[in-house]
Design a protein around this ligand. Structure first.
Ligand code: SAM
Length: 449
């Protein structure tokens, strides 16, 4: 008997919304398990799962317009069944409404909810008929609700951002999370020139655009399977967001520098540093995850990098041997990841204020331990891929208050387009949609004593 692909989607949604699973992992596991499914079915599973999660808050709003039972009073399985069905009704014209409703009713019955068949049928039929007449919150009357429903963003995140940024900028950020974005790569010209790398990419059907911020950053579209490209296999390109490349720019390593990256995996910034050192100096790329350290070492070996090594080390534990040893210390600390929601939609639902507070404590611990490794006169770069004062500006202030560091202007190291109010003062909050990159925070500190 054939497998019911909608039932597979429902199982992934249950794992993600009711359990701890991350959607890209749950989805990958399902697609691997049912690898015999044809391309169309696989694409349908991915699209409905990802689309439902991306638009979850708006979908719940729509369901509540047609159901007498509030969404969180429903049985979890019924709630997710309705959600994935509403996604198909609203966002997938090619799927007939009757098929969506009938399939949902069948699944409800099959999963033991015979008595709720009528409910599922009724809510979905009412949705199919009334979708176009739903009244959504207006930006003028209720801006917070508008942003939350329009872009499916939790209100607690929006409240924080609206306190710190203008409504227009927050809307740009939310919109950018839902927009298709090209892959950004850093070109590595140790073996061949940038022109040859571009030629190779173009000859394999990839559309290549120059990124406006950095000469060695390219935007790629049309690459079906990046790992198969000659440029990728030869290590001529490294997938990395421009915001992350800017970390090495502001670290500005000098020939022969000793660098410690305390939270390095998967290794993007460390590899960039070691490339910049052109085989000189040394980059110690540490991480707490054994699996990630092994993967990082594999990357180092694959790319033939000679001045970098991966090491298993907990950045929260003081390492006496590293005391004032490094010219540059990178603290790219674990964070809430609110700047990269566009790449990982689950973040917006899995993160919460309590977890964020815990992260701030971890970040402060990592910063206070790692600052010890900076030589007098050396540089510490602090970065996160998140947006928000608690994890960024307030942590920066924490370092300045507690330790002998001063902020240094990053203007000499960043493109003119990014220079502004704070960069001369030593830090930059990048906002997706406002800037042409992920949401990211970076700061350059110099040790005084
Ligand atoms: C933001 S990511 C780093 C990304 C990396 N710098 C890059 O550019 O590819 C944060 C990393 O911190 C690591 N991490 C979390 N807690 C840590 C700890 N206590 N000590 C060291 N690494 C830790 C995580 O395993 C994760 O790989």
């Amino acid at each position: 008997m054939g497998v019911n692909i909608r039932a597979l989607i429902l199982d992934v949604l249950m794992e993600v919304t009711e359990g701890e699973a991350y959607s890209h992992i749950a989805l990958r596991d399902t697609l691997e398990k049912y690898e015999y499914l044809d391309k169309r079915d696989r694409a349908f599973i991915s699209r409905v799962t990802e689309g439902t999660l991306e638009n979850l808050i708006q979908i719940d709003y729509i369901i509540e317009c047609f159901s007498k039972v509030p969404i969180y009073n429903m049985k979890p399985l019924i709630r997710n069944l309705l959600r994935m069905s509403v996604y198909q009704l609203k966002w997938m014209d090619a799927v007939p409404d009757s098929a969506v409703v009938n399939e949902a009713v069948k699944i409800a019955q099959k999963r033991g909810f015979f008595n709720l068949k009528g409910f599922v049928n009724g809510v979905l039929r009412a949705c199919a008929r009334g979708l176009d007449s739903v009244t959504y919150p207006s930006a003028e009357a209720s801006p917070l609700e508008y942003l939350s429903v329009r872009y499916s963003m939790p209100q607690w995140i929006l409240t924080k951002w609206l306190y710190q940024f203008s409504f227009e900028d927050v809307e740009k950020m939310c919109a950018s999370f839902q927009a298709e974005r090209p892959i950004t790569v850093r070109v590595r010209t140790q073996q061949v020139s940038k022109e040859e790398i571009i030629q190779s990419l173009v000859s394999e059907g990839v559309t290549v655009l120059q990124h406006p911020y950095l000469d060695y950053a390219l935007k790629l579209t049309g690459a079906n399977y990046l790992q198969a490209l000659t440029a990728f296999r030869n290590g001529w390109i490294y997938v990395q967001d421009v915001s992350s490349m800017l970390v090495t720019e502001i670290a500005a390593p000098n020939w022969g520098d000793y660098c410690i990256d305390v939270c390095a995996a998967p290794g993007g910034k460390s590899l960039h540093l070691s490339d910049r050192l052109k085989g000189s100096g040394y980059v110690e790329a540490r991480d707490i995850s054994e699996k990630k350290v092994d993967l990082m070492q594999e990357n180092i070996d694959r790319l033939g990098v000679i001045n970098m090594q991966a090491a298993l080390k907990d950045a929260m534990k003081y390492d006496e041997k590293s005391f004032q040893k490094a010219d540059i210390v990178l603290c790219d600390v674990p964070c809430s990841g609110l700047g990269v929601i566009g790449k990982k939609q689950d973040i917006k639902y899995k993160m919460n204020p309590t977890r964020l507070e815990e992260l701030v404590r971890i970040q402060q611990r990592i910063l206070s331990v790692s600052q010890n490794y900076v030589k007098p006169g050396g540089v510490m770069v602090f970065s996160t891929c998140t947006i928000g004062a608690e994890e960024n500006q307030m942590n920066l202030q924490y370092v300045l208050d507690q330790f002998p560091f001063r902020l240094e202007s990053i203007d000499p190291y960043i493109p003119e387009a990014l220079r502004g109010r704070t960069t001369a003062g030593g830090y930059l909050q990048l906002l997706p949609g406002v800037h042409d990159c992920d949401g990211f925070f970076l700061a350059r500190l110099r040790r005084e004593g």
